[in-house]
Design a protein around this ligand. Structure first.
Ligand SMILES: [Fe+2]
Ligand SMILES: [Fe+2]
Length: 214
């Protein structure tokens, strides 16, 4: 028997709580964490460790927002195929959440207290994108992923060479985000107008700065 609406609502709520709190969860892929086999390196200094932890807290917050966008877009998708794709994409991103948690744990830095805000805001934004129609919604995914790629590239420039384990995680996330962007573009995503792209860049600055410090 398929789950009732109430059961599904409880499941989603449970998943949302774990996501904002930084609790690792099983995903459909459950790939091995890229840092597991990375060379250890000399190890970062204590000052570097806190910086690395905060960068990974930012990346975790970005993944929380990505979950919210996918959930919101899935809720208002015009076709069941796109709704299902959004749901699948959200579960596939679970690896990224789990890998960020591993790196935060390694540095002793916890998740951002602002995560509930990012999640709620991005569900709303995702639902609005979904209402605009599937081609715009897919374009929104593509643009989000492209902006995340730029952001991760920036982190690769800021992460010290003394911590190859964290670099391995960020490098794999970059490659995954690129394939998500290519999927959304290949599935018919429209390029978003400049003002929307610019507004997305500005709001992502709030997320990155806010999550680095809190
Ligand atoms: Fe991701
Ligand atoms: Fe992604």
């Amino acid at each position: 028997m398929p789950p009732s609406f109430l059961e599904m609502a409880v499941q989603h709520f449970d998943r949302a709580l774990r996501t904002v709190a930084g609790v690792a969860q099983e995903g459909p892929a459950n790939r091995a964490a890229p840092d597991a086999d990375a060379p250890q390196g000399p190890g970062p200094s204590s000052g570097e460790t806190q910086h690395i932890g905060r960068l990974m807290r930012v990346n975790y917050a970005g993944e929380v927002a990505a979950q919210g966008l996918y959930w919101g877009q899935g809720l208002t998708a015009r076709t069941p195929e796109v709704a299902e794709k959004m749901d699948t994409a959200a579960s596939e991103e679970q690896d990224h959440l789990n890998w960020c948690i591993r790196r935060m744990d390694a540095t002793g830095v916890g998740p951002s207290v602002l995560n509930p805000l990012w999640l709620a805001g991005s569900v709303t934004l995702g639902a609005a994108a979904g209402l605009a129609g599937d081609r715009w919604s897919l374009g929104f995914v593509a643009e989000t992923e492209r902006q995340v790629m730029n952001h991760l590239q920036g982190h690769l420039g800021r992460l010290p060479d003394t911590d190859p384990a964290t670099r391995a995680v960020v490098e794999q996330m970059y490659l995954d985000e690129r394939s998500h962007a290519e999927w959304a573009e290949g599935a018919g995503g429209e390029r978003l107008p400049f003002p929307i792209r610019a507004a997305m860049t500005v709001s992502s600055k709030f997320l990155t700065n806010g999550s680095y410090w809190t």
